[in-house]
Design a binder for this molecule. Sequence first.
Ligand code: PMP
Length: 460
Amino acid sequence: MDTLSFSNDPEHVVEADRAHVWHHLSQHKPYETVDPRIIVEGKGLRVWDIKGKEHIDAVSGGVWTVNVGYGRERIGKAIADQVTKMCFFGGTMGTIPGAQFSEMLIDKMPGLDRVYYANSGSEANEKAFKMVRQISHKHHGGKKHKILYRERDYHGTTIATLSAGGQEERNAQYGPFTPGFVAVPHCLEYRSQDGSVGEEYAEKAAQAIEDVILAEGADTIGSLCLEPITAGGGIIVPPKGYWDRVQEICKKYDILLHIDEVVCGVGRTGTWFGYQQFGVQPDIVTMAKGVASGYAAISCCVTTNAVFEMFKDDTDRMSYFRDISTFGGCTAGPAAAIENMKIIEEEGLLANSTAMGVHLKDNLHGLMEKHRWIGDVRGMGLFAGAELVTDRQTKEPVDEKQVAAIVADCMAQGIVIGATNRSLPGFNNTLLFAPALIATKDDLDQVTDAVDQAITRVLG
Ligand code: PMP
């Protein structure tokens, strides 16, 4: 076979994919009879598959990544110009786009100072964990090494990030895990066990974190790693007061606050970063997906000067951060990220995310009035979830097969939405929406109209 002259003929592409590609998060058995779906083109919020079918993508590339939408020529050009001039230099050297993007990013993150480049969300989180461990060794005799994570949160796919993963279904069968990671309870007001709501619930959820710290011994805890709004675990927005208490607890016990902005970062919730919605001041922030909207792979682990300074000591040759990421030296990532950030600023996409987020939630609340299956609507900015239950009193989750059928029905209507799929057994029942930040009212109306029809067809 002449593999250099690959034919783009749809049948050939589908067969090559079926024969050789191992898809992420996929059971491949159905592909023996059903064609894998191949996406060939995108413009704005819309994508076309290899059979020519048009879709509105309400999940920004499936996994909430393409924040500025598809087909941005200026990002493509910036990448091409940069990599033609200087594609890569890794290790100890810097690059011009690396320096430029770090300056732009830090300008959006008051109180933070340093950007460490990597390639994926998982990797950025691993960097943060390694920083915490090294600080523990250097400054606390190795004792303050434990990393707290929260049930339902997700921080990545590697063994260490899964060790910090609060989603049982992602973790099952991949153990044994890395020691030194300890779970704290989640904060989903909708499923409050004792009927408390609002600030009372927030106080209890935060107190549950403090209880774990006291049980483990505060002098053994190095950091607390949380998503600002839990994404894949069900679009969980903590009630007012939660983040204030979390910040207070971290300060009280000298625990670094690491916020995972891999999903919420770069405009998704209507501010540059999700934590900025809650007035909280983290020590470490990790980000990936929307940083370059998927035009190039880039992630960042951003820290305060105080964290950075703990690695500066030329009397101890082991004290520098002894970590590397080969492709952290790629210039395509920061070159794309610079244009991505300019686009968000020039087109006012933070304000659009906020305004259109209100419209999206209004539409979902409208659906809630019509369909008894919707138990809760949550979200912030262009990031929303609708939790499906069989009974609003018992809050029994709708079966995940029916949830998947709703997603598939929308897909058949040309609308791509998501669900808390494969995250928590029994709780894969939240429909997810995270369109590009350019979404208009008309786009969102088309999305929720499709969901309306799908729910009627699948659940009645
Ligand atoms: N953190 C969060 C909150 C995520 O949702 C994800 C991915 N969905 C990750 C980390 C891991 O990112 P990546 O897949 O780029 O490694």
